[in-house]
Design a protein around this ligand. Structure first.
Ligand code: SF4
Ligand code: SF4
Length: 430
């Protein structure tokens, strides 16, 4: 039996608002149990993630605190564009901070318009209410100028926490690449000052290899989902990517490779989590941060199975790797700049590569339909939904557009729409 550890002292030292934090900690296990522990035929390896989630504000935070006590730094990020390889190469630990739950909205709506996207309201709310030990552990938060909402919210956020903002161009022309490359240099300088360390060829190469290893493990896990029946639920696969943003890198890689071994064996044996005729759904759109499992949960409880995610908590995170062979720090930073600028966020114009990826993935994962998910008031993804829908329809793939937030208010209505969509997919197949 594992002993329960009392982390109250650690949370107090971090300045956490204990009563509010207690309410949050009471809410997450219930949401998790309802979405995750009710599933049949889960891969054994997912027990690791049950443990990670049970210790989400405990053991992992203790590890971060120990790292800081040993002289290391913790760097928080909100976006896929912040290169974790550089943070790691300088002895820092990178943690993804996007918050996926409604929190502190009363306070947030005093400073942000009500019609701001849920993700921005959530990260502001977690900070204003001091309920997130990851944010409170961070020595520096690195933001980026992706959408206007984030850009402006960071101005307010920087009054509450030390911040560095990277300027991300919104096009991918050679001159944009030059700007982005100089922003990478500016980040290196800021992180070298923060950590007191200097980037070395060996340090950067090791970090690139380790982070590539993590992405490769996720590629293996996700490749298995192309099989029918699907060997793992979409919810579980989504959770793996969500955890990739803050778990210890070598440990995570090892655990995900173990799950991938199990899934590959399941595929050989024809073992699945849903019947072979369950409608297969590709989900694309805005990122889904923990504990945002709503759409996957609704699809899978309605009898469908999510087989792929084209999103930042999905393929955009693990699909491409950084070249490992450049002989100099400058060369490796060039490769890092290229890899990151390759991400197809809807903040880019034009962004046709995202649509191409979606259609390619629909083929690879044998999706019967596409669910386009956008957070309400997330203009880039809400507008791009039209382009995605048009391209998918031209390719003969039915699309369901869902605009939602983190509340459960629309769950009933969403379930009805998803059930009707799955019915349509079954009918089209016959
Ligand atoms: S959707 Fe765009 S802004 Fe959001 S995390 Fe992804 S890359 Fe960053
Ligand atoms: S979900 Fe959309 S609006 Fe919200 S931060 Fe991301 S890109 Fe911006």
């Amino acid at each position: 039996m594992t002993e329960t550890v009392d982390y109250t002292g650690m949370w107090t030292d971090l300045g956490i608002n204990l009563p509010a934090h207690c309410a949050l900690l009471n809410a997450i296990p219930k949401m998790y149990a309802d979405a995750y522990l009710t599933q049949d035929a889960r891969p054994e390896g997912m027990k690791y993630f049950d443990f990670v989630l049970s210790e989400i504000h405990g053991l992992r935070i203790q590890e971060l605190v120990d790292h800081k006590l040993a002289g290391g730094k913790v760097v928080g990020t909100f976006c896929l564009y912040v290169p974790e390889e550089i943070i790691r190469a300088l002895g820092g630990v990178a943690v993804g901070l996007c918050a996926g739950a409604e929190w502190g909205y009363n306070e947030v709506e005093r400073v942000l318009p009500r019609n701001t996207c849920a993700l921005i309201k959530s990260f502001m709310g977690f900070k204003m209410d001091r309920v997130c030990p990851y944010v409170e552990s961070a020595d520096l938060i690195v933001g980026e100028t992706t959408c206007d909402g984030k850009k402006k919210a960071y101005e307010l956020f920087s009054e509450m926490a030390p911040m560095h903002v990277m300027e991300l161009p919104q096009m991918k022309r050679p001159e944009d690449r030059t700007l982005w490359r100089s922003e990478i240099d500016r980040l290196v300088t800021r992180l070298e000052e923060l950590t007191g360390n200097k980037l070395t060829v060996e340090g950067l190469r090791n970090a690139i290899r380790e982070v590539n290893g993590k992405r490769r493990a996720l590629q293996r896990l996700n490749a298995a989902r192309a099989a029918s029946p699907a060997p793992i639920s979409g919810k579980d696969a989504l959770l793996a990517v969500q955890v990739a943003f803050y778990d210890d890198v070598p440990r995570f890689t090892q655990m995900v490779n173990a799950i991938a071994d199990e899934l590959e064996a399941r595929v050989r044996d024809g073992v699945g989590v849903a019947s072979a005729d369950a409608p297969r759904i590709l989900v694309t759109g805005s990122p889904m941060a923990i504990p945002n499992w709503k759409v996957h949960d609704i699809v899978e409880k309605a009898g469908g199975v999510v087989v792929a995610e084209e999103m930042c908590t999905g393929s955009r995170y693990y699909d491409s790797l950084v070249d490992e062979d450049a002989p100099t720090v400058e060369g490796m930073l060039d490769d890092i700049a290229s890899k990151y600028l390759g991400v197809n966020c809807a903040c880019f114009t034009p962004n046709t590569a995202r649509t191409d990826d979606i259609l390619e993935m629909a083929k690879t994962y044998r999706a019967d339909g596409i669910l386009h998910y956008a957070l309400q008031f997330c203009t880039p993804y809400q507008i791009e939904a039209h382009t995605v829908e048009r391209a998918a329809k031209d390719a003969g793939i039915p699309v369901l557009r869902v605009d939602t937030d983190y509340s459960t208010e629309d769950a009933g209505q969403l379930s009805t729409r998803v059930e009707a969509f799955l019915e349509l997919l079954r009918a089209v197949r016959v």
